[in-house]
Design a protein around this ligand. Structure first.
Ligand code: URA
Length: 250
């Protein structure tokens, strides 16, 4: 039996959800007739850290009118099994910007901190960006998945599909001029690219009137540092494209 009360509560709520219970009364709501014959139960504080399970959260993404309401909706999502193993959802890093980077999924560090690209790959990404003159607070970084896959395994197609409405709405609300997919999972999610990164990198595709390019994922560079200059070249190309479209960084 688990000893973590938050996890126990989360599992409990997930069980209720699977039995068809969509809502639980607040502690302040009147007790049922069956319990009013007895001394009123001590009020149970409403859980703050555990969101109400919401398997249909992705379908509500399109109705979110700002990033904060989208972030709050993502935090409630139980649309795929990753909700059972995540510590928390991971929404974004940086600020709305004409330049958006899209990574794959949170890893252990991101899952613990609730922010994208804060582990080893994230530190390398920060260095790469610095190397071409961009600080992280001037761009926006999101991921294909908002929850960490266990043991950092690659995203499953069903997880990508479940999370897709969140990324789509995130892109619409940020409204970037250029998007850079980091790695093959992001390239597949954004533009359906299934070929090699070598063939795709440095080229541009249109997605809903926005230009999308791709480069190697920083985790790949940690294993293959020989491609570091290639990525810097791609990042410079991204900046040139953004400038040619009149994009001004915040
Ligand atoms: N890798 C990613 O793709 N995203 C993160 O947030 C961290 C590592």
């Amino acid at each position: 039996m688990t000893t973590d009360p938050r996890k126990a509560l989360k599992d409990h709520l997930a069980d209720w959800k699977s039995w068809g219970v969509d809502a639980v009364p607040r502690a302040s709501e009147p007790a049922s007739a069956a319990t009013t014959d007895f001394a009123p139960a001590a009020p149970v504080p409403a859980p703050t850290a555990v969101a109400t399970p919401n398997a249909s959260a992705p379908s509500g993404a399109a109705s979110c009118t700002d990033l904060e309401s989208l972030r709050a909706l993502v935090a409630t999502c139980t649309a795929c099994t990753l909700c059972k193993t995540r510590t928390q959802t991971v929404f974004c890093s940086g600020n709305p910007s004409p330049i958006l980077f899209v990574g794959e999924a949170p890893g252990a560090d991101e899952d613990a901190k609730g922010e994208v690209f804060v582990g080893r790959a994230g530190k390398l990404l920060t260095e790469l960006l610095k190397g071409v003159g961009i600080s992280r607070d001037r761009i926006y970084i999101a991921n294909v998945l908002k929850c960490r896959p266990p043991d950092n395994r690659p995203p499953e197609p069903a997880e990508v599909a479940a999370c897709a409405p969140f990324l789509k709405r995130q892109i619409e609300l940020i409204n970037p001029k250029v998007i850079c997919a980091l790695g093959k999972h992001a390239a597949f999610s954004l533009i359906g690219w299934e070929g090699s990164m070598k063939a795709l990198r440095g080229s541009w595709r249109l997605l809903d009137n926005r230009w999308v390019t791709a480069t190697y994922h920083p985790s790949y560079l940690l294993r293959s540092p020989g491609d570091t200059e290639t990525v810097k070249t791609d990042l410079r190309g991204l900046l040139e494209k953004a400038a040619s479209l009149g994009a001004r960084l915040p």
